[in-house]
Design a protein around this ligand. Structure first.
Ligand code: WTA
Length: 668
């Protein structure tokens, strides 16, 4: 039995069921009839969902799928995404409703922003960006902490039709530089720094470095707009008058009047970079109309959103979850939400629960990694707070193990709250598979079935649906409005990555393995390609391998994602050192070289990519055609007996690797 099969067998013994609360079911936004309604007329269903959005010009066709996989949704329609997220709520008389309760990491640093205030801020930022030379179609990079200005900047870009690309603040200057170059960003919006773990953490210096690096790649960033958040020193060469502009100079003095222009439904809204199976990140392109419909509909349906809810999604705006479920979905729906800048344990454990208590959060959306870390800390910490305002909990980013699900529901949700385990991806733009809280009896660990309007299946190698009780590849069988439109600048890679595998059937291949249980409910098992999922963050094995071999002492590297109790998966690297490094005494794979390589990966990609383990080995297991057999390395990394080695070019390699590791060398 393979590992996956064993996991499946364990999962299938899960027989706990949680019925929807009667009160919620009685007033649910979406009821069971929606599944049939959507299946009977999918396009009609999506046409109806589009009424959630205000169109400046109505669309004339729901879907143009005449040139797959290049979709056009809501053909002929025109709209402005920022108008939909801000102005229309003010026009409807809801200007005094709080849009954002901002909670800075330093205790007491809070600020509430109403929709009317948000409209002024977004208009000012739109005017300021225009003054800096940004026009519709230009790309703007955003490298910011979790502060209101980040949301304002995204909306200001959308308002003037300039696609944004948000780069996670934890990424290194190298990672930022390659993204700036790939999408040819004209302007970067950043901050001096942000607060993390009780300290000011600098951002601006990384932008300066990235700008210099982008220059060597042949790309010039014209302007850098800088929010003063921490007031920290920018260093001696930390300011360039020709390029750098303070936000408080450019934005605060700009007019609060700005007329939003209507853009085509297929106008690019943003590019979000995500890891793929090669070293080069993919710029996932989302466009305006379909994306906004998808985010608004799913946020309303899956979270059963009501007018008086206080919603909080803990994601960073540097990831797609922050785009779809902090900015576009919730604001299009006119919610009141919490935006928190810092880490869960600052200034002390329990900070998140304090925020929930203080703001009366009713809907809470977070990741399994966070839940597992809270389980470890013990229930006394949340128990000491009043969490009775919560009525619905969500999970996203990685498979949630049944124990974490049950703990989440029981300890955080007081057994009142349904848990929606939502499966989706950067590429899908919005939630695809999830329970409906007023309809579905939840099973811990299962994302259940596709939401109304979405069609998914689990298929075998040939693309044939597997029967209940079996596993295979997760596919989406019909186009959906918030689907990615292409990979920025690389239509071929778009076709190859997502649509070639099941080309005959025309299915979208998600890259995940999944299983249908005996009821036909779906259990997502994780990636089947060379992508890892560490704490819900996608990392490419190849990207980390290239970072390692860029170090002068490394001859070859292989990276695998190994199971990790806390982070889901962890990065484990196997490296072969160069002769010269061996000569200089690094041959024992001692602490020095391992520490040096870990630091190197942090610098090249960012702290999230730092290997948990680096093992110095004499050889790597390869097939006769030279392909690294990661499966065997995963066995080593997970301390398992080594699997079938018959296809190895040299079957003694695994003995060499295992014997070299028996002393536990290389593990920091
Ligand atoms: C994984 C995050 C199991 C999956 C929204 C997917 C999940 C990848 C779930 C996308 C879930 C996300 N259960 N696995 N509920 N949600 N994943 O692009 O492997 O950062 O392909 O989007 O995360 O990660 P991404």
């Amino acid at each position: 039995m393979s590992n996956t099969d064993q996991t499946l067998a364990n999962l299938l013994q899960e027989d706990r069921r949680f019925e929807p609360p009667a009160e919620l079911a009685a007033h649910a936004n979406l009821t069971a009839e929606a599944y049939d309604r959507a299946a009977a007329d999918r396009e009609g269903f999506w046409a109806a969902q589009a009424e959630r959005i205000t169109w400046a010009e109505p669309f004339t066709q729901v879907l143009d799928w005449s040139n797959p996989p290049f979709a056009k949704w809501y053909v002929g329609g025109k709209l402005n995404a920022a108008y939909n997220c801000v102005d229309r709520h003010v026009e409807a008389g809801r200007g005094d409703k709080v849009a954002i309760h901002f909670v800075g990491e330093p205790v007491g640093d809070t600020r509430s922003i109403t929709y009317a205030e948000l409209q002024d801020l977004v208009s000012q930022a739109a005017n300021a960006l225009t003054d800096l030379g940004v026009e519709a179609g230009d790309r703007v990079a955003i490298y910011m902490p979790m502060i209101p200005e980040a949301v304002v900047t995204m909306l200001a870009c959308a308002r003037i039709g300039a696609p944004h690309t948000v780069v996670f603040g934890g990424f290194s200057s190298d990672a930022l530089a390659s993204r700036l170059e790939d999408c040819q960003a004209k302007v970067v919006v950043t901050a001096d720094g942000g607060y993390r773990r009780g300290a000011a953490s600098a951002l601006k210096p990384a932008v300066d470095e990235a700008r210099t690096k982008a220059e060597t790649l042949g790309h010039t960033v014209e302007k850098v707009l800088v929010v003063r958040r921490t007031g920290q020193d920018l260093g001696e060469n930390g300011w360039d008058d020709a390029v750098d502009v303070w936000w408080h100079d450019a934005v605060d003095s700009a007019s609060t009047q700005h007329t939003p222009e209507a853009f085509d439904a297929e106008h690019p809204l943003y590019v979000m970079y995500t890891s793929g199976t090669t070293g080069k990140p993919k710029g996932i392109l989302h466009t305006t109309g379909g994306y906004l419909v998808g985010c608004s509909y799913t946020h309303w349906a899956v979270f059963d959103l009501k007018d008086d809810d206080v919603y909080w999604c803990t994601a960073d705006i540097g990831w797609v979850t922050g785009h779809s479920y902090i900015v576009y979905g919730p604001l299009a729906n006119g919610v009141t939400q919490v935006l928190y800048e810092g880490t869960p344990d600052s200034p002390e454990r329990g900070r998140w629960w304090d925020v929930i208590e203080q703001h009366g959060v009713t809907i809470f959306y977070t990741a399994p990694t966070a839940i597992r870390s809270f389980m470890k800390q013990g229930r006394e910490i949340p128990d000491a707070r009043d969490l009775s305002s919560l009525r619905l909990l969500g999970s996203v980013g990685e498979p949630i193990n049944p124990e974490a699900y049950v703990w989440y529901r029981h300890v955080i949700g007081g057994d009142r709250t349904p848990v929606v385990d939502t499966w989706w991806q950067t590429e899908t733009g919005s939630i695809m598979i999830s329970p409906l809280p007023g309809v579905t009896a939840g099973k811990p660990g299962s994302a259940m079935i596709p939401i109304p309007g979405v069609a998914a299946d689990v298929v075998d190698e040939e693309g044939t649906p597997v029967p209940n009780g079996s596993g295979g590849y997760l596919v989406l069988t019909e186009p959906w409005p918030s689907m990615l439109r292409t990979i920025w600048g690389d239509d071929e890679r778009f076709k190859e990555t997502y649509w070639a595998r099941f080309a005959k059937q025309g299915y979208y291949f998600a890259g995940d393995g999944a299983k249908k249980d005996s009821d036909g409910d779906l259990w997502v098992l994780g990636r089947v390609d060379d992508v890892m999922n560490v704490s819900g963050h996608r990392l490419s094995t190849t990207e980390i391998e290239s970072a390692l071999v860029s170090h002068p002492k490394v001859a070859e590297a292989a990276v695998v994602g190994a199971k990790d109790e806390d982070t889901g998966q962890a990065v484990c690297a196997f490296v072969i050192l160069r002769e010269s490094a061996l000569d200089s005494g690094a041959s024992d794979g001692g602490d020095d070289i391992v520490a040096e390589l870990r630091k190197h990966v942090r610098k090249e990609i960012g702290p999230i990519a730092t290997p948990r383990q680096i093992m110095v080995v004499p050889e790597l297991p390869k097939t006769r055609s030279g392909k690294i057999m990661r499966r065997l390395l995963r066995d080593v990394a997970e301390n398992r007996e080594i699997g079938d080695v018959t296809t190895l070019a040299d079957s003694s390699v695994m003995d060499l690797i295992s014997s070299g590791l028996s002393g536990g060398k290389g593990d920091e």
